[in-house]
Design a protein around this ligand. Structure first.
Ligand code: GLV
Length: 329
């Protein structure tokens, strides 16, 4: 019997590769080279791909790879996929929701706290040997407990951050989202729905957890930053491009907001050079979901999606289920 052929675009856990080999002929990438223009040639003769956010699956790629049936992203975000193009070609796209929610919320909260309490700045100060004495105002930041936590994008991860703030830190939670949560969910989180303008004006700590799309491109730019409190912090664990990084660097430099925490960047892994020079921004390399347990769970869920989709089963997290059942190869 002919087994389907799949590409695993980047290095992942060897155990997951072994599991895929039980079902498929697997072309893997143990050296972890980013494939770039090499992706389409490597996908020839493949029915499935386990991808990461580094691979763009768009109309041109799909046209060049007509045998492709399934693209299983090892990420919850899927702005690297053109879903309309996938659907038009009958290609199933899947992602990895739920398994990373709590881990990502932990990281978002930690990044927010690191900015508010100037932890990275303090560490750099200490390492430079500048800590000579106690001073009443040395590295004073702003409180997290009891402050107003603003969340832009109140999906699963946004709600998990809201729970941490409300239940663990006694924060007032305010949010803005495309659609308002049901009253019971708002009550459980003690969360109040605001317009985006009200959110910007009221948040002491604003955390971005919305998906990236043409609509959310530069959702936070110079105009929005100007509406925030000068004492506020901004944390982005969503996607680069949601924040105008150049405008943020100016706002941080001029003290228009107090601090920022960024795990994602426009054009990453490049980082806007001005951000690298500023003391009041904590910069991390897109690691919000990076615990061993969660990365394993993400790899396994992506593999589950690929296996189920290509063996006639029910993929657990389809993005465009309307293409099921898959057309024959
Ligand atoms: C990470 O950014 C993800 O979307 O899973």
């Amino acid at each position: 019997m002919n087994r389907p052929h799949v590409l695993v675009t980047r290095a992942i856990f060897p155990e997951t590769i072994e599991r895929l080999r039980e079902h498929f002929e697997v072309d893997d990438n143990p050296t972890d080279a980013v494939l770039g223009a090499g992706l389409a040639p490597r996908l020839q003769g493949k029915q499935g791909a386990l991808t990461t956010g580094s691979e763009r699956i768009d109309a041109a790629l799909l046209a060049a790879c007509p045998g492709l049936r399934v693209v299983a992203n090892m990420a919850v975000g899927y702005n690297n996929f053109d879903i309309a193009a996938c659907t038009a070609r009958g290609v199933l796209a899947t992602n990895t929701p739920d398994v990373l929610t709590e881990t990502t919320a932990d990281f978002g909260f930690a990044l927010m706290m690191a900015g508010a309490r100037r932890m990275a700045e303090g560490e750099r100060f200490l390492r430079r040997g500048e800590w000579k004495k106690w001073s009443y105002d040395m590295l004073t930041g702003s409180d997290v407990h009891g402050a107003t936590l603003g969340i832009l994008g109140m999906g699963r991860i946004g709600q998990a951050i809201a729970r941490r703030g409300a239940l663990g830190f006694g924060m007032k939670v305010v949010y803005h989202n495309r659609s308002r949560l049901p009253a019971a969910a708002e009550a459980a989180l003690g969360a109040r729905y605001l317009t985006k303008g009200e959110l910007l004006a009221q948040a002491d700590h604003l955390v971005l957890v919305l998906p990236y799309s043409a609509e959310s491109h530069h959702a936070i730019g110079a105009g929005e930053l100007a509406q925030m409190k000068p004492t506020a912090t901004l944390t982005n664990i969503a996607r680069g491009g949601i924040v105008d990084d150049a405008a943020l660097a100016v706002a941080l430099r001029d003290g228009r907001i107090a601090a920022a925490g960024l795990d994602v960047f426009e054009g990453e892994p490049a980082v806007h050079p001005d951000l690298l020079t500023l003391p009041n921004v904590v910069l991390t390399p897109h690691i919000a979901s990076a615990t061993v347990a969660t990365r394993r769970a993400m790899a396994e869920l992506a593999a589950d999606n690929l296996i189920e989709a290509l063996t006639g089963g029910v993929p657990p997290s389809p993005i465009n289920p309307q293409v099921l059942p898959l057309r024959p190869a």
